[in-house]
Design a protein. Structure first.
Length: 84
C-alpha cells in the first residue's frame, strides 16, 4: 500500500488537524510527523530549505507532495486507493 505521511507543525495547526480528521474519516492510514520536534529537525530543514515549503501541513503520498488543507486531493487519494 502507498505510504501517506503528514508533516505537521504540531497540535495548534488548524489545517494539520483538519487534514488528519479528513484522512481519518476516509479510513486512510498515515504517519504523523511533528516537524517542530527537535528529533525531526533534519526533515524540517529538507522540507523548508531544500523543497521550499512554507505552509503546513505537508502531505506526502508516495512520491507526490502538497501543502495545506486540500480535501480535494485527500478525496483523490481515497479514490486512488479504492477507499471511496
Amino acid at each position: 500500500m502507498t505510504q501517506v505521511t503528514v508533516y505537521s507543525t504540531g497540535p495548534t495547526c488548524q489545517r494539520c488537524r483538519l487534514t488528519c480528521q479528513r484522512l481519518d474519516a476516509l479510513g486512510i492510514r498515515y504517519d504523523l510527523v511533528d516537524i517542530h520536534d527537535e528529533h525531526n529537525a533534519a526533515v524540517r530543514r529538507f522540507l523548508v530549505d531544500e523543497l521550499g515549503y512554507r505552509e503546513a501541513p505537508i502531505v506526502q503520498v508516495g512520491d507526490s507532495r502538497w501543502a495545506g488543507f486540500r480535501p480535494d486531493l485527500i478525496d483523490g487519494v481515497a479514490r486512488w486507493l479504492g477507499i471511496s
